[in-house]
Design a protein around this ligand. Structure first.
Ligand code: NAP
Length: 364
């Protein structure tokens, strides 16, 4: 059995990965070792074939004994330890949730439902670094897989509604603390009229005492139209990732433009995206729908009506599931080749942990 080392298993992505591996009985297929920067020497999680003690994640000697390392620890860890391992001659497989190595020429961005054949081919060619894609990009590609497969996408403009959890566990908790602060204010003044209450709440969320150490701004009752750092061309880094990562995942011959505005909203762990798609040619709506619906086991086409949309195409209904619903599919008044669509997905499952799990299964 292969020796697999897990780094970052205590974090949000790592915990979801552990949960999924437990559900799918993956631990039976490998010997598991748990590494941590802060919990070395403590009892390790109890799993089948698991080493009982947590090892230090900066212990190169122990890390180098592994056939496969899975890191959900973050970009700084990757930046430091990946070159250290490779420069010391470690030839094992590296599976990572962080973005650090995604665009390197010798890495593969993994998204099993969409590019399993590329992952398999890369393994057989001897590639060693397998990196999970950006959550929003992965979720969009699973939703639009059928159109990409049929070469029907000329370009996509995607406007995102990204959940707080994408910024990390502390941010997700901060959103809840912000909501609670607002709730307390309302609870203390239930007799105020709506407009008076709005004034009170607006000055509360703008005040220095409002909890916003992590986001830097109110997210409750607000939206934040900038995610990640600034790029020289005016895009945010999150917006920049869409085109470069999607084209790498799909290994397109001709670059498909993908651009839009990425926006943080007050959802907890599901990202949503409203997409305008320019098709390469005019295609019947029914054909478009069946291509989308049949592309992979995870995509779910939601009929374009109000009742089913509001029931099945929302973060609240998708959270915690592997389904990637896509709906609001219709031709736009812009022209016959312009398609409207909306999709949601759990960004900790297919957006983060699940692609890592699938590649790990392939490697063991
Ligand atoms: P995270 O929750 O902040 O966890 C990272 C590490 O923080 C843990 O492995 C743990 O390491 C340490 N830690 C410190 N205090 C902790 C506590 N109270 N509970 C749990 N862990 C604690 O990070 P993450 O959001 O999972 O992200 C990990 C990587 O995945 C990042 O590179 C991120 O960019 C990427 N990613 C994240 C998402 C997302 O939705 N958040 C999506 C896609 C990719 P020690 O055991 O060493 O202390």
């Amino acid at each position: 059995m292969k020796k697999v080392g897990f780094i970052g298993w205590r974090g949000m992505v790592g915990s979801v990965l552990m949960e999924r591996m437990g559900e799918e009985k993956d631990f039976l297929k490998m010997e598991s070792y748990f590494f941590s920067t802060s919990k070395g020497g403590e009892e390790a999680p109890v799993v089948a074939n698991g080493y009982p003690k947590v090892l230090s994640s900066t212990d190169l000697k122990e890390l180098m004994k592994m056939d496969i390392l899975v890191s959900c620890q973050g970009g700084e860890f990757t930046l430091e330890m990946h070159p250290a391992l490779r420069n010391s001659g470690w030839k094992g497989y590296w599976i990572d949730a962080a973005s650090t190595l995604r665009m390197k020429s010798d890495s593969v961005i993994i998204l099993d439902p969409v590019n399993r054949h590329i992952i398999q081919d890369s393994i057989s060619k001897g590639m060693k670094d397998f990196i999970g894609g950006n959550c929003t990009v992965s979720l969009m590609l699973i939703a639009l897989h059928g159109l990409f497969k049929a070469d029907l996408v000329e370009w996509v403009s995607s406007m995102t509604y990204q959940a707080a959890s994408g910024a990390g566990a502390k941010n997700m908790l901060e959103l809840l603390a912000q909501m609670q602060t607002v709730g307390n204010k309302y609870g203390a003044n239930p007799a105020l009229g709506a407009l008076e209450m709005e004034k009170e709440v607006n000055s509360l969320i703008a005040s220095d005492s409002f909890p916003k150490a992590n986001f830097g701004h109110p997210l409750a009752l607000n939206i934040l139209p900038w995610i990640d750092s600034e790029m020289p061309n005016g895009q945010s880094k999150e917006e920049w990732k869409a085109q470069v990562e999607a084209n790498k995942i799909l290994q397109t011959q001709k670059e498909i433009p993908i651009d839009g505005t990425c926006i943080r909203v007050g959802a907890l762990r599901c990202h949503s995206q409203a997409m305008t798609i320019k098709l390469t040619k005019s295609v019947e709506l029914a054909t478009v729908e069946s291509l989308i619906a049949e592309a992979n086991p995870w995509v779910k086409l939601i009929p374009n009506n109000k009742a089913e949309t509001l029931k099945k195409l929302t973060p609240a209904s998708v959270s915690g599931t592997l389904n990637i619903p896509i709906g609001r599919v219709r031709k736009m008044t812009l022209g016959d080749q312009y398609l409207n669509a909306f999709t949601c997905g759990d960004q900790l499952l297919w957006g983060a942990a699940e692609p890592l799990r699938c590649t790990l299964r392939m490697l063991v």
